[in-house]
Design a binder for this molecule. Structure first.
Ligand code: PMP
Length: 361
């Protein structure tokens, strides 16, 4: 078997022990004689599994009991629209903090359902830094404040939870959930597409304070209403059973590996290794993001001469280092360092980068 070092931004690397266990259990899950994908979500085994998964996640993240945990579908993008449908009534506004591609998209997808107030944006700085908190024009009457805690393309990340007063804070954590401990009680709603730190795509995790589920924002079909999903234990319709199962295996893997504190330490170390290599390359590589807000998860970087890009990609792939091509919005390279990417992968990348620079500098 030859597994690559996988720096994909998403769908991204999954922990090897999770994949191996899924492989072992594929044909006969939980002594049922069938795979987890081939049986009813209403069955006893499946329901017991989902209860265990929720308990594991609550333990990992310290989720208070006044929060519901939902396993939904539609990708994070669908929830860009569905969140305002659920949380904002007719004529209400919501504050959006725009720090990169994804928070910008969240705001534009929300616009048909809520009056979007761009309370702060770092667009004029090409999203290379966070808008300083004293420039935020927060509206105390806003239905909620929306942030993306980590910008997957631009590589900026909130270090702390922003202070937003009593207005519920809604956070897209798609690309840094479970990468470090978070104080869930500081948020009204947390959501994340699964395909980075949780499991396969097609599953969305949502953690929502129960009082927000009681907002009767507008008439809509049950399938769009989070309160209905909560009342039906995320089984209002047939869920993504395979994704849910794999998310559960990831949560168990996290528990067995020291939980979110241990992940935080490992992720800090990985990011430090790579940023140090970039900054110490004498300008061969560069990352222009304000060091105070550099993402630990997604590290975009450029080569001093873009004519070397294709050679870098060709040689890195030959060395087993995959998916380093940057997003087309920024060009250059991007290394994503999610939980499942081991320290050894980053060490291998850094050695390769050093060697490449020595040969082409
Ligand atoms: N938010 C963030 C921060 C993302 O990185 C992504 C996807 N890369 C999305 C939202 C959109 O997720 P999806 O494709 O699951 O809709």
């Amino acid at each position: 078997m030859s597994r690559i070092w996988n720096f994909s931004a998403g769908p991204a690397a999954l922990p090897l022990p999770v994949l191996e266990r899924a492989q072992r259990e594929l044909l006969d899950w939980n002594s049922s004689g069938a795979s987890v994908m081939e049986q009813s979500h209403r069955g006893k085994r499946f329901i017991a599994m989902t209860e265990q998964i929720e308990a594991d996640l609550r333990e990992l993240m310290g989720i208070p009991s006044d929060y519901a945990v939902l396993f939904l579908q539609g990708g994070a993008t669908q929830h860009f629209a569905q969140i305002p449908m659920n949380l904002a009534g007719e004529g209400e506004s919501a504050d959006y903090i725009i720090t990169g591609h994804w928070s910008e998209k969240a705001a534009s997808e929300a616009a048909p359902y809520v009056r979007v107030n761009v309370a702060a944006t770092s667009k004029a700085d090409n999203y290379l830094r966070m808008p300083s908190h004293d420039t935020w024009h927060l509206d105390p009457k806003a239905a909620y404040v929306h942030i993306a805690t980590n910008e997957t393309i631009h590589g900026v990340e909130f270090e702390d939870v922003p202070r937003v007063g009593d207005v519920p804070l809604v956070a897209d954590m798609s690309s840094n959930i479970l990468s470090w401990p978070v104080d869930v009680s500081r948020y009204g709603l947390i959501y994340a597409g699964a395909q980075k730190n949780i499991g396969p795509s097609g599953l969305v995790l949502m953690i929502v304070r129960r009082d927000l589920l009681e907002r009767q924002a507008r008439p809509m079909a049950k399938i769009f209403r989070y309160a209905e999903h909560a009342a039906n234990s995320s089984m209002l319709n047939t869920p993504n059973t395979w994704g849910w199962y794999l998310a559960g295996l990831t949560f168990q893997w996290l528990k067995e590996n020291g939980g979110l504190q241990a992940m935080a330490e490992r992720n800090r170390l990985k990011a430090a290794l790579l940023y140090t290599a970039i900054d110490g390359s004498g300008g061969f590589y560069s990352n222009p993001v304000d060091p105070a807000v550099r993402s630990r998860m997604n590290v975009p970087f450029t080569l001093h001469d873009s004519a070397l890009d294709s050679l870098f990609l060709q040689e890195s792939e030959a060395a087993g280092l995959m998916a380093l091509k940057g997003h087309k919005a920024l060009g250059g390279m991007r290394a994503s360092l999610y939980n499942a990417v081991p320290v050894e992968a980053v060490q291998t990348l850094v050695v390769f980068m050093h060697d490449f620079a020595a040969r082409h500098g």
